[in-house]
Design a binder for this molecule. Structure first.
Ligand SMILES: N[C@@H](CCC[C@H](N)C(=O)O)C(=O)O
Length: 333
């Protein structure tokens, strides 16, 4: 059995296709396997932010199903960077360039995009459904049903916050470069992902620096993970918050360039009536193939794996080198 080590903007995952197994891993086995392989101490290849699990679709119209197990074993409803890598895997397996993937809350349209650079393949994925409703995040005890560009002194003084589900939960603030690099993001992210009165299920927290018209830098502290090089749903949610709260600089139906500690993606935010939809376009890179027996997968035993490196990370790094240097805060190699 072969699994892949993949990344979107250096947001690393292991990708496991359950349909290739004689016996699928149970949910408990998936949690144990993820906690082991994703942990930089007990895992391989410096760990990852989680495991992407491919399985048969149960919805008509979707070609497969993607589940997202965070590094701490919790399950997320969506992962934007992960969905691009899953899309690439499925595109190759099924010889398709566009199709739908079933995720926990929605069947999402994905398609192959023009490569970002030689040997840097890219995919476009739909990010939806979007909701600002407190009960969908969920958040509570903030005396409001929606949080859009509002001061919340309980979180941090002098900053304004926007919160939306896409459908995983995000909290966003537009900040200065100094604030983005300060300890505030990590401290707030830790606080809101421990037992707290506001976000009972935790929340992905992003600080964004506005670089110009349709241009952002986004840094994210992820639920179930901690600091990450990039969060696809976070950059998508931030792009929508940008267009809503800074309409002079962030535009609907225009390409938004989002730099992050691991590279760059492009987003496009759309509004039809009261419904929002986001497209996230970025690299889908396979760095390694990992051979592991089915028995070892079930037992979360990583002692006998065989690892084969691809050439794609070299190509990705060449792509990143020519991007503008904005903030030197990448978290993992
Ligand atoms: N890195 C992901 C988001 C993964 C899920 C997140 N940690 C959560 O619990 O919601 C992305 O690229 O969107």
């Amino acid at each position: 059995m072969q699994i892949e080590k993949v990344h979107g903007s250096e947001n690393h995952f292991f990708l496991l296709d359950q349909t290739k197994l004689q016996t699928k891993l149970s949910d408990q086995e998936l949690v144990e396997f993820t906690k082991k392989i994703a942990n930089p101490q007990t895992g391989i290849l410096a760990g990852s932010d989680g495991v992407l699990v491919i399985d048969q679709a149960t919805h008509e119209g979707a070609v497969a199903q993607m589940r997202v197990i965070n590094a701490d074993g919790s399950e997320a409803s969506m992962c934007g960077n992960g969905l691009r890598t899953v899309s690439r895997y499925l595109a190759q397996e099924l010889s398709l360039d566009q199709f739908k993937v079933q995720t926990l809350n929605a069947d999402l349209q994905v398609s192959k995009s023009e490569s970002f650079a030689p040997n840097v393949p890219a995919f476009s994925v739909e990010i939806s459904p979007v909701s600002f409703a407190a009960e969908k995040l969920p958040f509570k005890n903030l005396n409001t049903d929606e949080l859009i560009d509002q001061a919340v002194p309980e979180f941090l003084p002098n900053l304004k916050f926007t919160s939306l589900a896409v459908p995983n939960p995000h909290l966003i603030s537009f900040v200065s470069a100094e604030e983005l690099a300060s300890d505030d993001l990590g401290n707030l992210g830790k606080r809101l992902n421990a037992k707290n009165p506001y976000f009972p299920d935790g929340v992905n927290v992003s600080f964004a620096q506005i670089l110009g018209k349709n241009k952002l830098f986004v840094r994210t502290y992820e639920r179930g993970v901690g600091f990450t090089n990039a969060c696809g749903t976070g950059m998508s949610a931030t792009s929508l918050a940008f267009a809503l709260t800074h309409p002079d600089q962030g535009q609907f139906d225009q390409e938004i360039t989002v730099y992050n500690p691991g590279g760059m993606v492009k987003t496009n935010v759309h509004k039809t009536g009261e419904t929002y939809k986001i497209n996230l376009i970025g690299n889908a890179t396979v760095t390694h193939h990992v051979d592991i027996s089915e028995a070892d997968l079930h037992a979360a035993n990583l002692d006998n794996v065989t690892i084969t490196k691809t050439e794609e990370e070299t190509a990705y790094q060449a792509f990143v080198t020519q991007l503008p240097k904005i903030n030197d805060i990448s978290v993992k190699s």
